[in-house]
Design a protein around this ligand. Structure first.
Ligand code: HEC
Ligand code: HEC
Length: 333
């Protein structure tokens, strides 16, 4: 059993198999609807095979893993600030890292997808990502030498359809729980942080935590953090149709942030230094700018000295979960 709410009894947190979903006790309750799709070893492994398989794309060239690389916490290659799909076509947003998806309320930079099961169809049918029709994908999978037996083993039916394909991919992604960083070890009393990291944590709590909140490092809200004052991507407004949301984007998690450069939906910054310089010096005005980025005297941004920026970056580096980046369950078979 995994814990829907925080487990009081630590014994409940230990998974009986590596394919069991266990919510860490200091995480919020998962949002994912496990009652419709509980994880099994066969389902997870089927999802893994699909994740790495370019069969999902129209010309057999692009898999989910083309843009989501485990060694980069499932973010994209830094040489691809905007994802590259079939025929070298370039998208308009940076691929985020994937972790702790079972706890996300909404997906994509604008929150346009409200359930994990609906994410893959967007990638598959996107003309600049995989460019394929889902019915064609299902037909290819039905005719494949290996998939029919794997679907049957996972779902106990000879049926192969889109919901089952999505269930398998979700099972694979749901086990991407990242909670073994140095910071997590510090919280458990198993590691100490350096003075600089501790100073960074303190500054982070004062200056960043209102948006990058809690153990997931996101309040799951939508804000404009001042990287633009004219918006080529309207962000949240494309979904909410509320003009006040123009330029707002989902607050991303900062877990594994040291390996997921470049940063922001539009890959504006190549380093954490550049991100901190932005918050300190280049926050731009607009109607939707977050009020927490406007100081009492009307100046914009978050004042930070060089030492303070360095301390925050040192703290952010403690959020890298090397166990997650090297977890063999996620390796291509
Ligand atoms: C061509 C590159 C590309 C491919 C291929 C791709 N993705 Fe993505 N993925 C992205 C980008 C870019 C985003 C952000 C999209 C947005 O915000 O509009 C994203 C977002 C996501 C998210 C949401 C993460 C979050 O925190 O909101 C998930 C989950 C995901 N992709 C899973 C997958 C799966 C599963 C596949 C294979 C079916 C896949 N992706 C294929 C580029 C790609
Ligand atoms: C008002 C809310 C808010 C505050 C305060 C805030 N952020 Fe952000 N942060 C965001 C949003 C929203 C984004 C995504 C913006 C985008 O992509 O357009 C973001 C993006 C980031 C990113 C890039 C993440 C990625 O995956 O690309 C980093 C790193 C970051 N913030 C660090 C910080 C730090 C450090 C602080 C404190 C100095 C801070 N943020 C304060 C809202 C905030």
């Amino acid at each position: 059993m995994y814990c829907f709410t925080a487990c009081q009894d630590d014994s409940l947190q230990r998974a009986k198999s590596p394919y069991e979903f266990v919510a860490p006790s200091n995480f919020p309750a998962p949002t994912y609807t496990f009652y419709n799709n509980s994880i099994t070893e066969e389902g997870f492994k089927l999802g893994r095979k699909i994740f790495f398989d370019p069969i999902l794309s129209i010309d057999g060239s692009i898999s989910c893993s083309s843009c989501h690389d485990q060694t980069l916490a499932f973010a994209d290659n830094p040489l691809h600030p905007f994802s590259i799909g079939i025929d070298g076509l370039v998208g308009t947003r940076n691929a985020p890292g994937l972790a702790n998806l079972a706890f996300n309320r909404e997906f994509f930079w604008d929150g346009g997808v409200t359930h994990l099961d609906f994410v893959p169809i967007n990638a598959i049918e996107s003309p600049v990502e995989m460019g394929e029709d889902i019915t064609a994908v299902i037909a290819k999978i039905k005719n494949d030498a290996e998939y029919p037996a794997l679907f049957e083993a996972a779902f106990n039916t000879t049926e192969i359809n889109m919901p089952l394909l999505m269930d398998a991919l979700a099972q694979f992604m749901l086990l991407m729980v990242s909670n073994n960083s140095k910071y997590d070890a510090y919280l458990k009393g198993e590691e100490t942080l350096t003075d600089q990291e501790l100073k960074g944590l303190q500054l982070f709590d004062q200056k960043c935590e209102s948006c990058h909140s809690g153990i997931l490092f996101t309040n799951q809200g939508y804000f404009n953090n001042g990287i633009d004052s004219v918006f080529s991507d309207s962000g949240r407004a494309a979904i909410s149709a509320n003009p006040l949301d123009i330029g707002k984007f989902k607050v991303p998690t900062l877990r594994n942030i040291s390996v997921t450069a470049p940063y922001m939906h539009n890959a504006r910054f190549n380093s954490l230094d550049a991100v901190l310089d932005h918050y300190a010096n280049t926050v731009l005005p607009s109607n939707s700018l977050a009020t927490s980025l406007v100081q009492a005297n009307g100046d914009l941004g978050i004042p930070l000295s060089i030492e303070e920026k360095e301390a925050i970056i040192a703290f952010l580096e403690t959020l890298t979960d090397y166990e997650f980046l090297n977890d063999p369950r996620f390796f291509k078979e």
